[in-house]
Design a protein around this ligand. Structure first.
Ligand code: ATP
Length: 133
């Protein structure tokens, strides 16, 4: 089966760079399965796991939004942060989840910016937790 290069890059480091058979992304318009030869495009990403299929195996990477640039032979993901499952500190993610939930409970939308920030923090924490589950 043909391959394409998947690169996941944050401002700090290259988190992932491998030849894979398929990439599954959660774009703002829904889930996309990307194979070699895909129509070139750029899409914003949701806070979600990116799934790389290699042979019969799957690798998951927690990606906190950002953009995917899709070309015929590669996918480059630029995100504020991204982690492999074994890099995720579960305790830290659970604390972040609790903090965000407390903020959402007490804020009651008085401050829209704070509310949105807490919603995004909650999504990042839940995405990380789901990768360790
Ligand atoms: P926290 O409130 O715990 O910092 P956050 O969602 O605000 O969580 P980010 O701003 O997304 O954190 O990430 C900041 C840096 O910390 C990034 O390098 C990210 O990879 C890393 N990071 C965040 N949470 C975790 C975690 N639970 N385990 C490992 N690395 C993490």
């Amino acid at each position: 089966m043909s391959t394409l290069l998947l690169e996941i890059v944050t401002p700090e480091r290259t988190v992932y760079a491998k030849d894979v058979n398929m990439v599954i992304l959660r774009g703002v318009e829904g889930e996309m399965g990307v194979l070699r030869g895909h129509v070139p495009t750029v899409t914003p990403l949701k806070i979600a796991a990116v799934v790389a299929k290699i042979g019969g195996k799957e690798e998951r990477i927690a990606v906190s939004g950002g953009f995917a640039e899709i070309r015929h032979e590669k996918v480059v993901i630029l995100a504020e942060s991204a982690e492999l499952p074994n890099e995720i500190d579960l305790d830290r993610a659970q604390l972040a989840k609790k903090r965000a939930e407390d903020r959402l409970r007490t804020n009651s939308r008085k401050d829209e910016v704070d509310f949105r920030r807490a919603e995004l923090a909650l999504q990042r924490a839940m995405n990380r937790i789901s990768l360790r589950g």
